[in-house]
Design a protein around this ligand. Structure first.
Ligand code: F6P
Length: 551
C-alpha cells in the first residue's frame, strides 16, 4: 500500500463530530416521542439480521457526519482493497482474505497471481469427506472402533471459534459424537478434558496455523503420550498416531515432523488470520459436529454478510454503521468498554470469541505506517448471556458513571421451546430482552419514582438516567447460517473501526513479548540459578516462592 493512513482526526468530519459532541445532549425520550419514524428509519436488514440502531445516541445529522467520516478516511476503498487481496496487513506483508474462504465455488479471486477459490474448495471438499467418514463411523481407530469423541487441540483463533460455534450449534450436532477442546497450557485443561475418554474411540485434531505455538504443541504431545500409554503395547504407535491424530495448519512440513500423516492434514493460507479462521479448515471439529451441510450453510451466512458489506451503500451498511457508532462512543464519549449481551444461552462463548476478534485486531497504538495513533483505539469487549448478566453486572450499565454501549442479540425462535404451564418461557425471556433496552434508553425519572410512593431519601438511588446506548440484533433463529452472519457482522465492524483509526487490524505483535519471555523465564522456574539471577527482583522472588512451596 502506498502512502499512509488518513489521520481521521484531521478530517472535516472529525471536526464536525467534535463540535457536535460539545454540548450534545442526548434525549432518547423526546427523540422517540417527537419522531414516529425514528425506529423504522434507524432499523436495517442485513441478510437474516434485523438490526435496530434507534436506541443509540444517534441523530440524522450525526449519521451524516459519521458517513462523511467514513468517506474521508476512505473506508470503501480500503474495504475494496481487502476484498481484492491487496496486502493490507502491512506489517506482515499479507493479503487479508478470510472473505475468500466463503466465496462460492464458481467465484474467482486472483491474489498474487493465483486464483485462490479452487484451493479453498478443494480443502473444503477434503474436510467434508473426512467429516463424513468420522460421522458415518467409516473412519476407524487403531482397534477398529468408530470415533465417539473429537478433541480439538488449539488456542486463540484455533480454539475460540470452533468451541464457540460448537456450543452455539448444539441442537445441530451429531448425536453420537462429542467434541472437546483443549487450549490452555495449564495441565488442568488437558487433564480434565481427557478424563473419562476411551482412547480407542478418540480422535485428536491438532489445530495451529503456525504449528509452532507452545501451548498447542505441548498439549498435542501430552495427548499423544496419553493415547499411546492408554492403548498399551499391543498397538503399533505410528499406526495409532495415524488413525487418532489429524492436523490443521498452514505449515504442513511441521505437521509431518510431528508424526501426523500429511494425508490427514488440512491446510489453509497465510492470508487467513488466526482470529478469522473458524471458517477455514480450523473449523474441522465443527464440520464433524454439524456435518458438511451445516458447515456449508455456516459459510453461506458469512458470505451473505460479506456481500452486504461489499455492496450496500454505507448509509444502510450495517457493519459500517455499527463500526462508526463504536468510533463515536470510543472517541467522543470516552467509552472504554463495549458489552455484547446475547439473549441465547447457546451463545455463551460468543463474547469470549469476540474478545479475540476485536481486541487482538484493534488493540494497537501505532498505525499501519508505523506512526502513533492519533486518538484512542480498541475498546474492551465483554459480556455474558442475558438474563444471567441482569443479575450480575447490568447494575453498572444502568446506573454507573461510564457510557457502555451494548449490543443485545436475540432470536425469535427458541432452540428449546419449553412452557411453564401456560407460559411460553421463551416469551418471558424475550420480554427481558426488550425491557432491558427500553430501561437503558428511557430510564426512569425522579417524578416517576416519586409517583410510586418512594421515600424522598432514596429517590435518587432509584432514578435511571436513560440515554444509555444499545443496538438490538434479532434473527429468526440461531441456525448455522445465522451464526455465520453474526460472526461476519462483527468481523466487518472491527474492520471499519480499524480503518477509521488507521491501524493494521490483522497483525498481533502485542502477544509476542510474553511468548519470548516465557521461554526465557522457563529455566529459572525449573531451578536454573543463573537464569533466575537474570530476572528482575520481583520475578526472582515470585519464582523463589514457587520453588519453596511446590511439593
Ligand atoms: O496469540 C497469538 C496467536 O497468534 C493468535 O493470533 C492465534 O489465533 C493463536 O496465537 C494461535 O496460533 P496458531 O494457530 O498458530 O497456533
Amino acid at each position: 500500500m502506498s502512502g499512509g493512513p488518513v489521520d481521521a482526526t484531521t478530517t472535516d468530519a472529525w471536526k464536525a463530530l467534535t463540535e457536535r459532541r460539545d454540548g450534545f445532549e442526548p434525549d432518547l425520550r423526546s427523540w422517540f416521542a417527537d419522531d414516529p419514524g425514528r425506529a423504522s428509519r434507524f432499523t436495517f436488514e442485513a441478510a437474516d439480521l434485523h438490526v435496530d440502531l434507534s436506541k443509540n445516541l444517534l441523530t440524522d445529522d450525526l449519521l451524516t457526519e459519521l458517513l462523511a467520516l467514513a468517506e474521508q478516511v476512505g473506508l470503501e476503498a480500503r474495504r475494496d482493497a481487502m476484498l481484492a487481496g491487496e496486502h493490507i496487513n502491512v506489517t506482515e506483508d499479507r493479503a487479508v482474505l478470510h472473505t475468500a474462504l466463503r466465496l462460492p465455488a464458481d467465484a474467482s479471486l486472483t491474489v498474487d497471481g493465483t486464483d485462490v477459490v479452487p484451493a479453498v474448495h478443494e480443502t473444503l471438499k477434503k474436510v467434508y469427506a473426512f467429516a463424513d467418514r468420522v460421522r458415518s463411523g467409516e473412519w476407524k481407530g487403531v482397534t477398529g472402533e468408530r470415533i465417539h469423541t473429537v478433541v480439538n487441540i488449539g488456542i486463540g483463533g484455533s480454539d475460540l471459534g470452533p468451541v464457540m460455534a460448537y456450543e452455539a450449534l448444539e441442537p445441530f450436532r451429531h448425536p453420537e459424537i462429542e467434541c472437546r477442546f483443549i487450549s490452555n497450557i495449564d495441565p488442568t485443561d488437558a487433564g480434565q478434558k481427557l478424563k473419562g475418554l476411551d482412547p480407542a474411540t478418540t480422535l485428536f485434531i491438532v489445530s495451529s496455523k503456525t504449528f509452532s505455538t507452545l501451548e498447542t504443541l505441548t498439549n498435542a504431545r501430552l495427548a499423544r503420550s496419553w493415547l499411546l500409554d492408554a492403548l498399551g503395547d499391543d498397538v503399533d504407535a505410528a499406526d495409532a498416531v495415524k488413525k487418532h491424530f489429524v492436523a490443521v495448519s498452514t505449515a504442513l512440513d511441521k505437521v509431518a515432523n510431528f508424526g501426523i500423516d500429511p494425508e490427514n492434514a488440512f491446510g489453509f493460507w497465510d492470508w487467513v488470520g488466526g482470529r478469522y479462521s473458524v471458517d477455514s479448515a480450523i473449523g474441522t471439529s465443527l464440520a464433524i459436529a454439524v456435518g458438511p451441510e451445516g458447515f456449508a450453510e455456516f459459510l453461506g451466512g458469512f458470505h451473505a454478510i460479506d456481500e452486504h458489506f461489499r455492496t450496500t451503500p454505507l448509509a444502510q451498511n450495517v457493519p459500517a454503521l455499527m463500526g462508526l457508532l463504536n468510533v463515536w462512543y470510543v472517541n467522543f464519549f470516552d467509552a472504554q468498554t463495549h458489552a455484547v449481551l446475547p439473549y441465547s444461552q447457546l451463545l455463551h462463548r460468543f463474547p469470549a470469541y469476540l474478545q479475540q476478534l476485536t481486541m487482538e485486531s484493534n488493540g494497537k497504538s501505532v498505525r499501519w505506517d508505523g506512526t502513533a495513533v492519533t486518538t484512542d483505539t480498541g475498546e474492551v469487549f465483554w459480556g455474558e448471556p442475558g438474563t444471567n448478566g441482569q443479575h450480575a453486572f447490568y447494575q453498572l450499565i444502568h446506573q454507573g458513571t461510564r457510557v457502555i454501549p451494548a449490543d443485545f442479540i436475540a432470536f425469535a425462535n427458541p432452540a428449546y421451546p419449553l412452557a411453564d404451564g401456560d407460559i411460553d418461557v421463551h416469551e418471558l425471556f424475550l420480554a427481558n430482552f426488550f425491557a432491558q433496552t427500553q430501561a437503558l434508553a428511557f430510564g426512569k425519572t425522579a417524578e416517576q419514582v416519586r409517583a410510586e410512593g418512594t421515600a424522598e431519601n432514596i429517590v435518587n438511588a432509584r432514578v435511571f438516567s436513560g440515554n444509555r446506548p444499545t443496538t438490538s440484533i434479532m434473527a429468526p433463529a440461531l441456525t448455522p447460517v445465522v451464526l455465520g452472519q453474526l460472526i461476519a457482522l462483527y468481523e466487518h465492524i472491527t474492520f471499519t473501526q480499524g480503518v477509521v483509526w488507521g491501524i493494521d487490524s490483522f497483525d498481533q505483535w502485542g502477544v509476542e513479548l510474553g511468548k519470548q519471555l516465557a521461554l526465557q523465564v522457563s529455566p529459572a522456574v525449573s531451578g536454573d540459578a543463573d537464569a533466575a539471577k537474570q530476572q528482575d527482583a520481583s520475578t526472582q522472588s515470585l519464582i523463589a516462592y514457587y520453588r519453596e512451596k511446590r511439593t
